[in-house]
Design a protein around this ligand. Structure first.
Ligand code: RB5
Length: 146
């Protein structure tokens, strides 16, 4: 699969390590920056990466900032994006099974790297369960704005 990734300066080192992990799992990376630890504004990187997922250039997205909060706020502004800020493997599993999330967000300053690897593996392997969850996800997209 193709995974669109992006981070700000706070998530840069973490993104590089998780990018290597994603490649080891046999997936391709589309890296939308940032490309150093110089201070930047996270919306400038989250938005194009989320658009790549929404337009199906990428299958999934992974976005990282200090807490993951800003990245998830920006990604969820993009039509068709369901971004989930995850902190536990159970959240990553539910994000796919119940919410059909297509973007996962991490906080580099709040979540251990090994925990994020475990969540990523689950996120990329689990399927959406559909059925009653489909009705709920459709209701999200019927709300104004997304
Ligand atoms: C940068 O200091 C920090 O504000 C940013 O990485 C992120 O945590 C915002 O949500």
């Amino acid at each position: 699969m193709k995974i669109a990734v992006a981070s700000d300066h706070a998530g840069f080192d973490y993104k590089i390590k998780l990018t290597e992990y994603i490649k080891e799992q046999g997936h391709q990376i589309l890296d939308f920056g940032t490309y150093s630890t110089d201070s930047v504004d996270y919306p400038d990187f989250a938005f194009p990466a989320a658009e790549a997922v929404a337009s199906m250039v990428a299958d999934y997205g992974m976005l990282i900032c200090g807490t993951g909060i800003g990245m998830s706020m920006v990604a969820n502004k993009v039509q068709g994006i369901r971004a989930a800020l995850c902190t536990t493997p159970y959240m990553a599993e539910m994000a796919r099974q119940h919410n059909n999330a297509n973007v996962i967000c991490f906080g580099a300053r709040t979540t251990e790297l090994e925990n994020a690897k475990e969540m990523l593996k689950i996120f990329l392997e689990e399927d959406f369960l559909g059925d009653r969850h489909m009705i709920r996800v459709e209701k999200i997209h019927n709300l104004s704005g997304n």
